[in-house]
Structures are given as C-alpha cells and as structure tokens.
Design a protein around this ligand. Sequence first.
Ligand code: ATP
Length: 242
Amino acid sequence: MAEEYLLRVEDVDVRYGDFLAVHDINMKFQKGAITAVIGANGAGKSTLLNAVMGTNRPSKGKVFFKDEDITGLRTSLIVRRGITMSPEGSEVFEGMSIRENLLMGAYTPGPRKKRAELMDKVYQLFPVLKEKEKQLASFLSGGQRQMLAIARAIMSDPDLIICDEISLGLAPVVIGDIYEKLHEINEAGMTVVLVDQEVHRSLENSHYSYVMVKGGVVMEGPSGELPEDEVKDAYFGINKYA
Ligand code: ATP
C-alpha cells in the first residue's frame, strides 16, 4: 500500500482488566493532514492513543505505521519510528529548565545526534522558549507549558505528532496562539493527530475527524462536511447517541 496513510488502526480493542474501554476501532491518518479525534470525557480517546504509543496494549487488532506493524512495540521503539505524543495536561519536567526539558525530548540516538538543529527549529517556532531557556519549567504560564510540551515532542524529530487535549484549561487567546503553531508545524510537513474537548474547534482546525462515543467510532468524515449539530449530539450523548 502507498504511504498515503501514515498511521492505521485496524479493529482495535483495548481492555482494562474485564472492562472493554475501546472496541472495534478502525481509523486511518492521512500523511500530511490534521486528523481530529473527538469525544467527551471517558469516550476512550486517550486509551486509544496510548495504544498507538505502546503504553496500552490492544487486546485485539493491529496498529500500522508506515505500513509496518507496530502493535505492542515498546514506546521507545515507537518513538524511534517517528511517532510522538504531547501528553494531556501539558506535562513538563517542573524541576528542570526549559532547555533541559527540550533535551529530554531528543533521547533516541537519531535525534540526539541532531539536537542543535532540532533545538534551533523549536526555538524558531516558539521564540518565548528561547527567551526563557534557562528558567525552570515550573515558572511557565499554562500556554507556555503547552508550547513546551509540544516543542519537547518535536525534539524527537517525528513524522507524526499526537496532541492530546491541547487546549485544556487555557484562555481562548492562548488557545488561538497554540493552534497557529500547530498549523505551522503541519504546514512544514508533519502529520498531526488532534484531541480537543471542543467540537467546533476540532472541526475547524482539522482536515478529517473521527467521533468517539462510549469506546467506539460513531461518525467520521472530512471535518468541513460533518454536521456540527450531530457531532455535538454524539459528544453530549443525546438524541440517537444517548
Ligand atoms: P478524557 O478526555 O477524560 O481523557 P478519554 O476519551 O480520553 O477521556 P479514556 O481516558 O480513554 O477516555 O477513558 C476511557 C474509559 O476507560 C473510561 O471509562 C475510563 O474510566 C476508563 N479508563 C481509563 N483509564 C483506565 C485505567 N487505567 N484503568 C481502568 N479504566 C480506565
């Protein structure tokens, strides 16, 4: 198969003990696109994306990246192949400087060799991180933390970045800034998987969307063509999605 789809999730289930958290997931992530995964709290977005990253193991199904089966690989090996995740909650290493946080992102052998180049790239994208590079991450604002989390993920030199809950707890103007950066990253050639709590924002900022309810996909399509009202019904679990 051509590399049109960089990442494919096929028939995936993930269980926590007896609890089937996500089931029968089929998703394809087009190379060069921004794909949104939309769903309310508990719909299973993080569970699924953690299965892609190797921190959860699918109990059924397969995950393919660049047409290679990566199901069940260790996370560090998955990162080496070119997937990275900016985790929910803008997690950063609080006790480390911004520069040290960024260096932590380039821990695999390939990126380690080109750390200086990658550092220049993220500083160009986020000049505020350069200005504050010697400061402890604990002093950053919420928006700056989110930028650092994304920048650290980019330090692993990925082909695909998963941004989980990218706007959680941030003010609208800051969210606008973060999205602007995300589009810049995408326009520079990186494939993006986007998770956001807000339906309108997810549709507006992506090329294709999947909508998850109670662990399954209930709707998918080009983001500009999906009926926003129906996506919201699914999100809030009302009408035929109750
Ligand atoms: P959120 O937006 O809150 O992160 P989500 O769509 O990412 O929601 P998940 O966190 O993937 O949803 O949760 C899916 C389901 O799996 C929920 O019912 C949740 O309670 C359950 N779950 C998540 N993590 C665990 C775990 N470690 N052990 C058991 N159940 C879990």
